[in-house]
Design a protein around this ligand. Structure first.
Ligand code: PMP
Length: 301
């Protein structure tokens, strides 16, 4: 028996018992929404922003979450406490729920809510020292007027294809362009370039998830006095940038040192990337919703 507790609908259950029906429309059709959230030293980072994004994604697909913001926040905090983890990754999933084999979501009576808290599978430390080698892939980002990339839905096939294409190119991550050929984002992270003294990231309307790490980096860069802009850019701008980095809940800030065989800068993580990563880490330790533990790291309630 594992000692990991999962929140499933109204209850905490052991990992082995955390099961949902094969008739769940999240499984049958990718119909649902989710969030990936991080706990740093017992503080849940930007919980409100994650909850806002989850509820907005759900609203966009007319999925009604049977909890308020506050109730769901409280359940996430309780799940972290119950698992006694101070540094963790949280996966919060709201699927359409159990229906029949037809597509009709109105046949699904109640969403399934799952909260998983796991010890962090931290990105290999050496990648922060060396940076990563990436490619751009043929798969284009979903158009915002077809399936908006701002909706963090369980339909991640667009992103899965990008990951497959990255593997086929023997690299771990890749960039997607949008339908007009502008750089959109990675398979599960946002992208920034530093060029001619400016820090750029693609604007949301080009087709990218509004990453919570991205927004934190925009804030930090502004505080540090960078000339930071949300502006469209192309592959050429990436190839000729002084620095390139990716941001995301799991990766935090990770330098990109090669794109499609073109070395970026001097082929090592750049000073601005390192500075922003350092400031980001200082910030995340201070902020967040506090979780209560006793001396053994277990919840006190
Ligand atoms: N883009 C996509 C497609 C993602 O899945 C993620 C990860 N949630 C991100 C960007 C980064 O977002 P965040 O910083 O909120 O993790």
């Amino acid at each position: 028996m594992s000692d990991q507790w999962i929140f499933l609908n109204d209850d905490f259950v052991k990992k082995e018992d955390a099961k949902v029906s094969v008739y769940d429309h999240g499984f049958l059709y990718g119909d649902g929404v989710f969030e990936g959230i991080r706990v740093y030293s017992g503080n849940i980072f930007r919980m409100k922003e994650h909850m806002d994004r989850l509820f907005q994604s759900a609203k966009s697909i007319l999925l009604s979450i049977p909890y308020t913001h506050e109730e769901l926040t409280d359940l996430v905090v309780k799940t972290v406490e119950k698992n006694g983890l101070k540094d963790a990754y949280i996966r919060l999933v709201v699927s359409r729920g159990v229906g029949d084999l037809g597509l009709d979501p109105y046949k699904c009576k109640r969403p399934n809510i799952v909260i998983i808290v796991e010890p962090l599978a931290i990105f290999p430390k050496h990648l922060y020292d060396t940076g990563v080698d990436i490619v751009t892939v043929p798969t284009r980002r979903n158009r915002p007027d077809v399936l908006s990339p701002k909706v963090k839905s369980l339909n991640y096939l667009n992103n899965v294809l990008v990951k497959i294409e990255a593997h086929l190119a023997n690299v771990s991550e890749a960039l997607m362009l949008n339908d007009q050929g502008y750089v959109a984002e990675g398979s599960a992270d946002n992208v920034f370039i530093y060029k001619n003294g400016k820090l750029l990231t693609p604007p949301g309307y080009l087709g990218a998830l509004e990453g919570i790490t991205r927004n934190a980096i925009l804030e930090i860069a502004n505080e540090l006095g960078y000339d930071v802009r949300e502006e469209p850019f192309t592959r050429h701008d990436v190839y000729t940038a002084d620095e390139v980095f990716l941001t995301g809940t799991a990766a935090e800030v990770i330098a990109v040192v090669k794109v499609d065989g073109r070395e970026i800068g001097d082929g090592k993580p750049g000073e601005h990337t390192n500075r922003l990563l350092e400031k980001f880490r200082q910030k995340v330790i201070k902020e967040g919703v506090k979780v209560n533990y006793n001396d053994q790291g277990l919840n006190v309630s």
